[in-house]
Design a protein around this ligand. Structure first.
Ligand SMILES: Nc1ncnc2c1ncn2[C@@H]1O[C@H](COP(=O)(O)OP(=O)(O)O)[C@@H](O)[C@H]1O
Ligand SMILES: [Mg+2]
Length: 507
């Protein structure tokens, strides 16, 4: 726990001047329909109400449960207007120069009759000069209404506003706990504010409250938990998964050059230094299966000390049939909001191999991804892995896409020694009690994964006989195993030949 150096208490409410001015400008520009995709309903309603007052327009809200309600009692319709379809008659006949906020209206946009009603209102705008503001958490504006509709987004809170939200949350916590002050350090407070970026005011407030622990402290140590909760808010229903387990490079045999490469860039990536260096953008790890590429992707997040998000191509293609591109965009947006983070694309050749059988979908996905890679502004470090270079789209490996393409080869004798040591120790065995030289020779051509599997199998054999594993068990197991490099010797040679001159060895 950090030494507390700052005490937080509440300061004033959030300013909403700029969205108010922006929405007012749209209304003044004589737009019949405005679509607001937001779950910040009270804020949107509040803004429309204020605009009504400022422009001296009558303003109403409609919900399916309460029907049409005027904000000012004197404007209340004489007859009740409850059914969704009745609003449109009201607008056309008696609602001139008014504002109508329709809340949770998205299900009605799927009904052709409602769509036509809205279009009628839009077309007859010069007769009534009323604007309809449609609000919903997910709005899909039908093609027919697009020409008449202006989209409007509530801007997300700025860093200053987020800081204020944290202070307000601290005030709230204090009020609930006998007027106690929340304690924190400047660094923890800055980190929290940075981690709340990209969230709506409501979500930011919820997380800020969550970040205050039972002792009333906002600590740096709580930040991974904050990021996890942030992901829960954003990543629901997304092909991204939050990887709770990041790895340490100490668990990997070899890859020293990759590790150094990452270490050297760590401080620039996390924004810790003020030098004008281009932040690292990503690496492609290419090579033989089972040699630790996936493990290294996890370790990259571990070195940078940031969340690890994995984009699952299987989910991207299958779960959201017909919405693949939209969901890729959403996933990439989420990654940017979660930044700084590592975005891990595992086995990209499987997700991006361009085939003829999918109407060009994988080509469109590839091009969307490439565009994002070249345009992204946020610190999202990409780690892509691939086993099969023949199925890899050539655009992906072109110079400049990644900062570096690392080649992950079968482990050298020294690396096999390290891998043996790591996996024996992991299973509470003492490497020194084994003849490592003999094991290193016996594992020639083995991948890290195969070495690990051999240890596990030998331990099972010994366990079945009621004893601990011995050198003989291990050697017997290794002799029985036919490593992939032997079974698929040509493939491995092909990868190696391709890698020369195109990639950098990761050792
Ligand atoms: N270099 C290595 N050092 C330590 N363990 C390794 C190494 N390579 C592979 N392994 C073990 O094999 C498992 C599978 O490796 P993985 O990272 O999935 O390989 P890849 O992604 O290259 O196919 C890892 O989780 C790890 O336990
Ligand atoms: Mg892998």
């Amino acid at each position: 726990m950090n030494v507390p150096s700052a005490k937080l208490s509440s300061v004033g409410a959030l300013a909403t001047e700029s969205p108010l001015r922006d929405l007012e400008a749209i209304i003044r520009s004589r737009t019949p329909l405005i679509a607001v995709e937001s779950n910040e309903e009270p804020q949107v309603v509040g803004i429309v109400r204020k605009i009504g007052q400022r422009l001296q327009l009558k303003a109403y809200r409609w919900t399916v449960t309460e029907g049409l309600q005027a904000f000012e009692p004197c404007d209340q319709p004489l007859q009740s207007v409850v059914k969704s379809q009745e609003i449109f008659n009201f607008i056309k006949t008696s609602g001139s120069h008014s504002l109508f906020v329709l809340l949770d209206f998205h299900p009605f946009l799927e009904d052709t009759v409602h769509v036509r009603y809205l279009k009628d209102v839009a077309l007859s705008y010069p007769n009534h000069y009323s604007t309809v503001v449609i609000v919903g958490c997910a709005l899909k504006i039908p093609e027919e209404l697009r020409p008449f509709t202006a989209p409007f987004r509530l801007p997300l809170p700025t860093a200053d506003e987020l800081r204020r939200i944290v202070f307000d949350a601290a005030g709230e916590w204090g009020a609930e706990h006998g007027r106690r002050d929340v304690e924190t350090t400047n660094k923890a407070l800055d980190l929290l504010v940075r981690n709340l970026a990209g969230l709506t005011a409501t979500d930011a407030r919820r997380l800020a409250l969550k970040a205050i622990n039972d002792q009333g402290v906002i600590a740096e140590s709580e930040m991974p938990e904050v990021m996890r909760a942030k992901y829960e808010l954003l990543g629901r229903d997304s092909p991204l998964t939050f990887e709770y387990e990041t790895a340490r490079f100490s668990e990997i045999g070899g890859m020293t050059r990759l590790r150094q490469w990452l270490e050297v860039r760590k401080s620039v990536f996390s924004g810790g230094t003020q030098v004008h260096l281009d932040p690292p953008r990503g690496v492609l790890l290419l090579g033989v299966q089972g040699c630790g590429k996936s493990l290294a992707a996890k370790a990259a997040a571990g070195i940078f000390g940031v969340p690890l998000l994995r984009l699952d191509f299987g989910v991207l293609y299958n779960k959201y049939y017909g919405e693949t591109e939209r969901n890729l965009r959403k996933a990439l947006e989420t990654a940017e909001v979660m930044s700084p983070c590592v975005l891990w694309l595992d086995e990209i050749e499987k997700g991006l191999a361009v085939g003829d059988e999918d109407d060009g979908l994988s080509r469109r996905i590839l091009s969307a991804l490439l565009t994002w890679m070249s345009e992204r502004r946020k610190p999202v470090f990409l780690v892509a892995t691939a086993n099969d270079i023949t199925r890899l789209p050539p655009e992906m490996v072109r110079k400049g896409r990644f900062d570096e393409i690392f080649f992950v080869d079968l482990p050298s004798p020294q690396n096999r020694r390290d891998i043996l040591g790591i996996h024996l120790s992991k299973r509470c065995l003492t490497p020194k009690q084994f003849d490592l030289d003999a094991l290193v020779s016996a594992t020639d051509g083995f991948s890290g994964s195969e070495i690990e599997q051999a240890i596990v199998s030998a331990m099972y054999t010994a366990h079945a006989q009621g004893r601990t594993v011995t050198q003989t068990d291990l050697l017997a197991e290794l002799q029985q195993t036919k490593p992939l490099s032997v079974v698929m010797a040509e493939k491995v040679d092909e990868i190696r030949a391709w890698a020369i001159g195109r990639t950098v060895p990761c050792d």
